[in-house]
Design a protein around this ligand. Structure first.
Ligand SMILES: Nc1ncnc2c1ncn2[C@@H]1O[C@H](COP(=O)(O)OP(=O)(O)OP(=O)(O)O)[C@@H](O)[C@H]1O
Ligand SMILES: [Mg+2]
Length: 451
């Protein structure tokens, strides 16, 4: 909800004109409704904030209809109730379960308006990023906002889209989102990984075959292109498409027709083509490994997927999102990331992008031994600057190192080690105790740390 689009639903049996005027003066567009069913119908614009005026006299019998109204997603409600109502379990439950705030009548109009402002802020905060396709694309950085706008733009056309981006940046997710946002969403989204299919099979995978077209073709089979009819065909790793398949694909894009292997009857197919690759396709074109005429056909609209390291705070947002998703896989309840882990998340380069982030967080959830995920758990130790240490801690570390070195050099002979260190045997012994090193030389001639 934009701040300039402040619409407020006022569900009441009897509207308070003064309150209405006050809210209008504060910039709210008011919609007054007297019945819950009316509220659902009259307020299509989402998200929204609402005043639930229980004190205006809603009967108990109406409460289930009211509940139905409060169940509508993307809203935030503030209840007005009498002190008496707030003592009744039914009303209390309704308010506690569905409302962001409540005020006990008679309060000032200003108090109501303030509560509505707060509810509005909460609704805005809770607004999820655009839900695209089956998976939600997480991100609110400038780079991702730009991507979301581009997805929205290209979704409204049927022109071919070419998606470039490093591996794991979300190219497939973007392709699916374009399909979901397009008029083709009720038809198939068919993905084919051109890199994963053996060269010899690319043709039959794409175009299908007739029975007897080749040895082993026992029955007729439709290819991927045909099965995407009226929908979207996603050609993944297009950069790996063999040269001879590039020629036939170009023909299909020009003519909108395919022929199954073993048949010469053309079949009209209506598909929207989206292609993607993580290789540098411009370089492949320059090197002659990818046909430039095909590239120009595929790349009418282009979307560049930003690498994770260019997404600023989205890195943390994504990490938290993935923690939420995999939290239950760990044996202990993890509450979040340590400050060192957060620092490492930002310092690291993420060559494998979002996919790598998912894998690291998922592994960390399982491996973590504490209640927070550390940089070690993420296997990003070197990307976190070590915690600042006190001078006393630094002295302890140096002391321990010097003692252990001297002991090693003198094969644990305390007298010699002490002499070298310039201290008495007694002092050395005491320090060894302090440093948790035990004198076991009398038992087996060896010294071991206690821990
Ligand atoms: N913005 C995002 N929010 C949430 N999950 C994401 C986002 N981007 C990518 N992912 C997830 O990251 C994983 C990798 O995404 P996807 O397979 O779309 O990447 P890709 O660019 O096609 O990778 P590759 O080049 O390796 O094929 C998927 O599990 C996907 O759901
Ligand atoms: Mg992919």
């Amino acid at each position: 909800m934009d701040s300039h689009q402040r619409s407020c639903l006022y569900l009441t049996r009897k509207a308070d004109d003064f309150l209405q005027q006050l809210l209008i003066a504060r910039g709210w567009t008011m919609t007054v409704v007297n019945a819950p069913a009316e509220a659902i119908k009259s307020f299509k614009k989402r998200p929204y904030v609402g005043i639930l005026d229980l004190s205006s006299g809603f009967a108990r019998e109406q409460l289930s209809a009211v509940e139905h109204c409060l169940l509508q997603p993307d809203g935030g409600w503030v209840a007005l109730a009498s002190a008496e109502q707030m003592r009744e379990p039914l009303f209390r439950r309704l308010v506690a379960k569905y409302c962001l705030d409540y005020l006990v009548t008679r309060v000032s109009g200003d108090a109501v308006a303030d509560a509505i402002d707060r509810a509005h802020r909460m609704v805005v905060l809770n607004q999820s990023p655009p839900s695209l396709g089956t998976d939600t694309m997480v991100g609110s950085s400038d780079a991702m906002e730009h991507l979301f706008r581009n997805i929205a733009k290209v979704s409204s056309t049927t022109a071919p889209v070419f998606i470039s981006g490093e591996s794991g940046t979300g190219k497939e997710l973007t392709a699916a989102a374009i399909h979901q946002n397009s008029g083709r969403r009720d038809h198939p989204f068919v993905a084919i990984n051109c890199g994963a299919i053996p060269h010899a099979l690319v043709q039959s995978e794409l175009y299908g075959y007739e029975r007897g077209a080749f040895t082993g073709a026992h029955e007729r089979r439709a290819g991927k292109i045909e099965s995407a009819h009226k929908g979207t065909l996603f050609l993944d790793e297009i950069g790996d498409l063999p040269m001879d398949s590039q020629a036939s694909l170009l023909r299909f894009l020009q003519e909108g027709q395919i022929e199954r292997l073993g048949s010469s009857t053309p079949i009209n197919v209506d598909v929207r083509v989206i292609s993607a690759t993580h290789v540098d396709i411009d370089a492949a074109v320059r090197a002659g490994r990818f046909r430039s005429d095909l590239f120009h056909r595929l790349c009418v609209l282009r979307i560049d997927e930003p690498p994770l390291r260019a997404r600023g705070r989205d890195i943390e947002l994504l990490a938290n999102h993935m923690l939420e998703r995999f939290r239950d896989e760990g044996s202990r309840r993890i509450s979040g990331f340590s400050s060192g882990a957060i620092e490492a998340l930002y310092n690291y380069d993420w060559p494998g992008n979002v996919r790598e982030l998912i894998n690291r967080v998922r592994r960390a959830v399982v491996m973590a031994e504490g209640r927070v995920i550390t940089a070690d758990d993420l296997e990003l130790t070197q990307w976190a600057t070590p915690r600042p240490i006190t001078l006393a801690e630094a002295r302890d570390v140096a002391e321990q190192a010097a003692i252990q070195k001297a002991l090693r050099r003198h094969r644990n002979r305390l007298n010699d080690a002490a002499q070298e260190l310039g201290i008495s045997r007694v002092t050395l012994y005491r320090l060894m105790g302090g440093q948790r090193i035990r004198d076991t030389s009398s038992a087996d001639g060896d010294l071991r740390p206690v821990a």
